[in-house]
Design a protein around this ligand. Structure first.
Ligand SMILES: Cc1cc2nc3c(=O)[nH]c(=O)nc-3n(C[C@H](O)[C@H](O)[C@H](O)COP(=O)(O)OP(=O)(O)OC[C@H]3O[C@@H](n4cnc5c(N)ncnc54)[C@H](O)[C@@H]3O)c2cc1C
Length: 394
C-alpha cells in the first residue's frame, strides 16, 4: 500500500517535496497555516539548477530572464563586477507569490490535497502503530506514515525534532517595494546589485515584459523587533524612506534616487537564520528547507529547498522496503555536505552586506573582479550541480 506523508507548510519546500514524492507513488497531503496562499514576499532568484528541477517537477515558470547579476558601485556608478549565469542556462527572477502560484497549479494538476488554515501545534508518535499524528490548532488530528517539517525558519515541527535550535536574527533587514518601470531609465540589463558602504540596493525586473522593478534595500539594523514591531516599522514609509535616502542618496547612479522616490510602501523582511548543523530528524519526522537549514540569503536558498524534496523522493524510492528512520539516515548522510558548503558560502557573502567604513568599501570595489574570479569554482560547481545525479550514500 502507498505510504502517506503529512507535509507541514505550503511554502516552496512543502509544495516541491509533495510534487517529487508523488512521482514515486507516495501520497502527500499539505497542511498550511495561512488561510490562503501567501501574497507577500519579495522577488526570488531561481538559479539554473533550480530551474532544471522545476522543469523536472512539471512546474511552468514565467519571470524575468537574468543572464547575469551586474554589480555597481553606488559611489562611482561604475560596473565593479558581474556574476554570469549564461554558461549554465539562464536564471529567472520572479516574485515569491508568482512562484507559489506556479507550484500550486502543478500541485492541483497532480491532485495533491492542500489544506489551508491548519496551524500545527503538536506532533505525537505512536510506535506501536508505526504512525505519526499532526495536531492542529483547530483541534484536527491527522495520521500519516511519516511527516515533513517544511514550515520555514520559525518551524513548529523543529520544536519536536530539536527544541534547542531556534531562529537567530541576522541583524539585517530587507525593505522592499515594487515600482512601475515605464519612464525609468535603468542602468542595468535585468538585475543589479548596487553596492555602497551602508548596505546594498537590489534593483531588478521580475516579470517577462519588464513592466515593474523590484527595489530591495539590504540594511543592517541591529535591534530585533517582534512581528508587530517590524510591521509598524514597515508601515512608517516616511521613516523608512528617510533611512534609505540616508544610506543611498548622492549615488552616481541617477535611477537609484528616482526608484526610491517612486516607492509608495515598503515591506520589511527581517532575515533570520539557524545555526549550522543541527538535528534534522526524529522518529518518523524529518525537517526540510528553511526549517532544517535556514541560512543567510545568498540567492540559492530556494534552489536548496527544492533539491531537498527531490533527493528525499529518490531515497524513498530506493529504500521503500526499509524502515522510515533508515531512509532518513541515508537522506541526511547524502545531503549534509552540500548544505554545509552552501552555509559557509552564505555566511561569507553575507558579511559583505553589513555597514562598513569608506576605506573598506573602496577596497571591496577595487578587489571585486578578483574576488569573483577567485570564487568562480564553488559558484560554477553549485550552478551545474544536479541532485538527481548525486550518489546516494547508504
Ligand atoms: C511570507 C514569506 C515571505 C518571504 N519573503 C521572502 C523574500 O522576500 N525573499 C527571500 O529571499 N525569501 C523570502 N521568504 C523565504 C523563502 O521563501 C524561503 O527562504 C525559501 O524559499 C525556503 O522555503 P521553505 O518552504 O523552506 O520556507 P518558507 O517559504 O518560509 O515556507 C514555510 C511555510 O510554512 C508555513 N508554516 C509555518 N509555520 C507553520 C505551522 N505551524 N503549521 C503549518 N504551516 C506553517 C508558512 O506559512 C509557509 O507557507 C519568505 C517566506 C515567507 C513565509
Amino acid at each position: 500500500m502507498s505510504k502517506s506523508c503529512l507535509i507541514i507548510g505550503g511554502g516552496i519546500a512543502g509544495l516541491t517535496s509533495a510534487l517529487a514524492l508523488q512521482k514515486t507513488g507516495i501520497t502527500p497531503t499539505i497542511h498550511e497555516l495561512r488561510a490562503s496562499p501567501s501574497t507577500i514576499g519579495g522577488s526570488i532568484n531561481l538559479t539554473p539548477n533550480a530551474l532544471r528541477l522545476l522543469e523536472f517537477l512539471d512546474v511552468e515558470i514565467q519571470g524575468c530572464r537574468v543572464d547575469s547579476i551586474e554589480i555597481f558601485s553606488l559611489h562611482s556608478g561604475k560596473l565593479i563586477g558581474e556574476v554570469p549565469f549564461r554558461k549554465f542556462g539562464p536564471s529567472v527572477r520572479i516574485l515569491r507569490e508568482e512562484l507559489l502560484k506556479a507550484l500550486l497549479r502543478a500541485v492541483e494538476r497532480s491532485g495533491i490535497e492542500v489544506n489551508y488554515g491548519e496551524k500545527l501545534v503538536g506532533v505525537v508518535e505512536d510506535d506501536g502503530e508505526e504512525k505519526v499524528t499532526a495536531v492542529f490548532e483547530n483541534g484536527k488530528r491527522v495520521k500519516g506514515d511519516f511527516m515533513l517539517g517544511c514550515d520555514g525558519v520559525h518551524s513548529a515541527v523543529r520544536k519536536y525534532v530539536e527544541a534547542s535550535r531556534g531562529p537567530e536574527y541576522t541583524g539585517v533587514v530587507v525593505a522592499y517595494s515594487i515600482v512601475e518601470a515605464p519612464g525609468i531609465k535603468t542602468h542595468f540589463r535585468s538585475t543589479a546589485l548596487n553596492s555602497g558602504r551602508c548596505g546594498s540596493l537590489l534593483t531588478s525586473y521580475f516579470d517577462e515584459d519588464r513592466a515593474r522593478i523590484y527595489v530591495g534595500a539590504v540594511m543592517e539594523i541591529k535591534e530585533e523587533n517582534d512581528k508587530q514591531g517590524w510591521r509598524v516599522r514597515g508601515s512608517d514609509t516616511q521613516k523608512t524612506r528617510d533611512e534609505i535616502e540616508r544610506r543611498y542618496k548622492n549615488s552616481a547612479i541617477p535611477c537609484v534616487d528616482e526608484l526610491v522616490q517612486k516607492v509608495e510602501d515598503f515591506v520589511f523582511y527581517p532575515v533570520y537564520k539557524l545555526s549550522p548543523g543541527g538535528v534534522w530528524s526524529k522518529g518518523r519526522v524529518l525537517l526540510l528547507g528553511d526549517a532544517a537549514h535556514a541560512m543567510p540569503p545568498q540567492g540559492e536558498s530556494t534552489g536548496l529547498a527544492i533539491e531537498d524534496g527531490v533527493l528525499l523522493a529518490r531515497v524513498m524510492a530506493s529504500a521503500s522496503e526499509k524502515p522510515i528512520q533508515e531512509a532518513f539516515r541515508v537522506y541526511e548522510k547524502t545531503r549534509r555536505s552540500r548544505i554545509d558548503i552552501a552555509y559557509k558560502e552564505a555566511v561569507m557573502r553575507w558579511e559583505n552586506v553589513k555597514d562598513r567604513s569608506w576605506f573598506s568599501q573602496k577596497v571591496i570595489e577595487w578587489l571585486m573582479w578578483i574576488v569573483l574570479w577567485y570564487r568562480r569554482n564553488p559558484f560554477e560547481l553549485s550552478m551545474s550541480y544536479d541532485i538527481r545525479q548525486e550518489e546516494i550514500l547508504e
